[in-house]
Design a protein around this ligand. Structure first.
Ligand code: EPU
Length: 339
């Protein structure tokens, strides 16, 4: 196992910000993954598993520990029945390649998660979601190395405690488990309406009535290409904020003042309000704040246009959070993880 030193992490995250990793190693097998974690623990240095860095923000000081890049690829069909196929996918697989393959197999369940940057192993951490699907809907279980109890474990869906853009891997047990593979059960039945509004609009415009999983992938890819900047051209981390969840009394106050506010009833007397809409109402859509551009097609996305490091990103973030807090009395949360 080769360990590299002083590797600039800005080159390993799509936001292109951040200082160096003291140590970095790429692991290609389960054994190498355990060896890397053991090495870090025996020397009392922290470790962090990095996928493709599309949801990670690094500080200017960098990371004073070992960055482990999981490059374990491959997938296996575990079982196949008349109605579904169960697949195990290794953590280092590119997520969109996985979606592409399953769509080619005409399997339903993750087609709306097309074109999300990142790896398969990172997908459960923030419970990736888009256009009406979340990975929590199809994930049966995952295998991980438990760095606390020093053993391999299988965690079932319920063990992961999935919620909107979160799981135990992000909150509760952050840093404990190194995800090695995910197991998904995908279905052979045809996709059925209702479809997410933007997807249905695409079908209407393109006169698609008999919807296949491939049609959903095509629609989602077109919508994303229009709304989300390509990180290879414009450094960004996708949605920079989570959508806001507010309680009923607060929602009632807001809808009185803003009758056209988009919202989704989440049950349990809570409502989800799109943070992109909140930021746009504050007049910040398209603005440049300390080198960070609030994307002019989707105010939820921040593009690193000319930021001088993490400090500038933090200034922009605080200004946006402050504006939303002052206008709506809502405390919005950052979506990408920080190391
Ligand atoms: N909106 C605005 N102004 C904006 C942005 C959005 O008014 O600048 C409004 C839209 O008009 C719409 C509503 O907000 O009424 C929701 O917008 P959209 O459907 O584009 O989705 P989103 O809430 O902005 C979430 C996810 C995306 C995912 C889309 C599609 C989060 C944090 N983001 O965005 O995920 O692709 O839904 O399902 O939940 C990501 O996490 O990186 C990501 C891109």
């Amino acid at each position: 196992m080769k360990v590299h030193t002083q590797i600039p992490l800005r080159n390993y995250t799509t936001m292109k910000i951040g200082g160096p990793a003291r140590f970095m190693t790429n692991v290609h097998t389960k054994e190498e993954l355990v060896e890397a974690i053991n090495n870090a623990q025996s020397q009392n240095i922290p470790f962090h598993i990095l996928g493709s860095g599309s949801n990670t923000i690094v500080h200017d000081e960098g990371y004073d520990g070992l960055i482990i890049r999981n490059c374990i690829e491959g997938s296996t069909v575990l079982s196949d029945s008349a109605s579904s196929t169960t697949l195990e996918i290794n953590a280092g697989e590119n997520w969109d390649s996985v979606v592409k393959r399953t769509v080619e197999m005409n399997l339903r369940g993750i087609e709306a998660l097309s074109a999300i940057p990142g790896t398969a192993g990172a997908a459960p951490v923030q419970n990736i979601g888009a256009y009406g699907q979340e990975i929590a809907d199809t994930l049966v279980s995952l295998t991980a190395y438990d760095s606390l109890d020093k053993k391999w474990v299988t965690l079932e869906n319920a063990d992961c405690e999935f919620s909107y853009r979160s799981s135990i891997f992000r909150e509760g047990e952050a840093g404990r488990y190194a995800i090695n593979s995910i197991t998904l059960e995908l279905y052979k039945s045809r996709p059925e309406p209702p479809f997410y509004a933007a997807v249905q609009e695409y079908f209407d415009t393109n006169h698609i009535t008999q919807v296949s999983v491939a049609d959903i992938r095509t629609a989602v890819m077109a919508i994303r290409a229009d709304k989300l900047p390509n990180p290879a051209e414009k450094p960004n981390s996708g949605s920079f904020f989570k959508n806001a969840i507010v309680e009923e009394w607060h929602f009632n106050d807001l809808i009185r003042d803003y009758p056209s506010m988009p919202h989704y009833d989440m049950g349990n007397k809570t409502y989800k309000i799109p943070t992109g809409w909140l930021i746009e109402q504050c007049g910040l859509k398209g603005s440049l704040i300390s080198g960070m551009r609030v994307h002019d097609k989707n105010a939820l996305v921040l593009i690193n246009e000319s930021a001088n490091g993490y400090g500038d990103l933090a200034l922009a973030r605080e200004e946006i959070k402050g504006a939303v807090r002052d206008t709506f009395r809502i405390q919005i949360e950052q979506e990408p993880l920080e190391i």
